[in-house]
Design a protein around this ligand. Sequence first.
Ligand code: 5GP
Length: 190
Amino acid sequence: MKALQDKILKEGKVYPGNILKVGSFLNHRIDVSFLMEMGKTIALLYGETGVNKILTIETSGIPIAFAAAFYMNVPVVFAKKSKTKNIAGETYVEPVESFTHGEVYDAFVSKEFLTADDRVLIVDDFLANGKALVCLSKLCEDAGATVVGAAIAIEKGFQHSGDRLRMEGMRIESLAIIESMDGNTITFRE
Ligand code: 5GP
């Protein structure tokens, strides 16, 4: 998505540890009309795939998931993160390591909101080492739901989890794939 590449070049800031900050439109302040455009693009990519639910993880995945869900006319479920165990039997729980904080959390979804009837599109803001995406896939597996694919706003291609997961057969559509981040010079995969 050319408009996203341009916005990253204009507003993104590269921090140590391969972190890209896009707080001006995606992660802190939310540029609603721009996110709705991103959501529309995701909806076009996954049209005619029978998706009936979008799954994301709190917090940063929620706005982009919401935008895609609006155009796909499906509900969003977000996995909640907790440092404590949740009530066994009522939730699906999978561990996930946070890329930005380095801690391991439990991510959980109520069994009520993810079932074997679901055809799920996983949506997230970033794809780095793939931990969040794998965690969300496992939650779907626990529920017996079908993962149709994933839609990511910004994939950091140089961290290669997207390539690995695609090789394993997962459909992943990223609106922008960063090939390299060298200081503040950002190059995209075309
Ligand atoms: P992964 O699980 O793929 O290693 O990391 C994905 C998660 O970490 C995303 O949900 C996102 O919130 C966060 N993340 C990873 N890399 C970045 C980054 O460069 N910038 C920001 N803002 N968040 C990131």
